[in-house]
Design a protein around this ligand. Sequence first.
Ligand SMILES: Nc1nc2c(ncn2[C@@H]2O[C@H](COP(=O)(O)OP(=O)(O)OP(=O)(O)O)[C@@H](O)[C@H]2O)c(=O)[nH]1
Ligand SMILES: [Mg+2]
Length: 448
Amino acid sequence: MLSDVIAALATPAGRSALALIRVSGEGAHTVAGTVLSPFQREPPRMARRTRAINPQTKELLDEVLYTVFAAPASYTGQDLVEIGVHGGLLAPAEVLGALFAAGARQALPGEFTRRALLNGKVDLLQAEATADLIDASAPAQRRAAINQLDRGLSQRIDALRDRVLALEALVSYEIDFPEEDSGPVPPERIGAALDELRAALELILRTAGEGERLRDGALCVIAGIPNAGKSSLFNALLGVDRAIVTEIAGTTRDAIEAPATCGGFPFRLIDTAGLTQSGDQVERLGVEVSRRYLAAADVVLYCAEAGREMDDEERRFLETVAAPLVIVRTKIDRTGERRWDRQREVGVSALTGEGLAELREELARVAFTRLSCSADVEPVVTRERHRVALSRALEEVNAFGVARERGLEGAVAATHLRAAVTALEDVIGLVTTDDVLDSVFSTFCIGK
Ligand SMILES: Nc1nc2c(ncn2[C@@H]2O[C@H](COP(=O)(O)OP(=O)(O)OP(=O)(O)O)[C@@H](O)[C@H]2O)c(=O)[nH]1
Ligand SMILES: [Mg+2]
């Protein structure tokens, strides 16, 4: 299964100038050679022009450009052929169909990259970064993905693993010479190495919150009393009229979600029903939904009209908000309403667009404090999978410290370091079980 010949369209289906088909596996050259005529394996990595022919009917399907790669020097590490065909719906489908007739089978989502991983061409972090790069919609997501693809995060994890291995070596030295009172390794040295390791693990784990937010988009909930201008602001930030706006209080009944990019960072904007103690049942349900979103928010954008004093109820509400808060003064275009606390509040007009750029920057600063400050891209932990494994490594390192303090036998304490190494190797994917791979690759597109 890991070496049979697979083929897939690597570009999206639809009207386009060109499309790319990939064929990989043991015998990929033979399969391609059945369809492409003339076909030449040598020298590899050279683009050549040829004709794609249906092997059964001998019908000419397309004029194509192909490149042969010989194992292990290819994306998958296997024999591979890339065929550039004309785009559109038919030419790629006909050539692909001919390849299937010649013995290839349709590749599963992510199967090319999965083979690359199994053949040691990329590690699991790089494979994940490939998918992240394809899915990136905000510039910051692309920067993080390309950094991870370039082994930024992998190198960081490698370095942590080296630290644990070094500590393991120090400890094993101690185990080998138990009779020497202080041992050949001063205990302070082990203590210092342990502290450094712990600090390094904590440092990378601290990037997890923003890192995961960077992949999923920060949940930004727009709240405020009815008619405050929430839906208008939501539409203005999106640049399209998604939510209905009227002068009637209680227009929005349900939460509406839409993705948006602010200051280069990804957000999931939620427009909500105005917070009120309404008697209307539908409206009450809407308010209930708003409260649930508020509990999960990464940042709350609170709207209040400029020039209007907030009442006690609003103030009480603001005190209950757990997430970082951005207070927005809306409708600043209205004459005589240009008063607001410029130190702590952002004034905007959905009508004229004034203040929107500042608001976007403020949102990025609040939801991505660390990432928006570090000009160069530091590797960040972008998935729950990484965070869980790194936390496990930290727990084991801490358990090692406790075992030493309690004076446990060196060999027993050292088992925790072994477990920490395993946890770090899980992050990079050195030894990865099929179900982990299945869950990573299930989200890939076909042809990657
Ligand atoms: N002049 C001006 N009017 C605005 C602005 N933003 C909103 N409005 C008006 O204020 C009214 C309410 O706006 P909405 O965006 O529906 O307010 P909301 O907070 O979503 O209201 P509910 O969904 O009912 O809670 C509408 O009549 C809008 O046209 C603005 O920036 N300037
Ligand atoms: Mg509304």
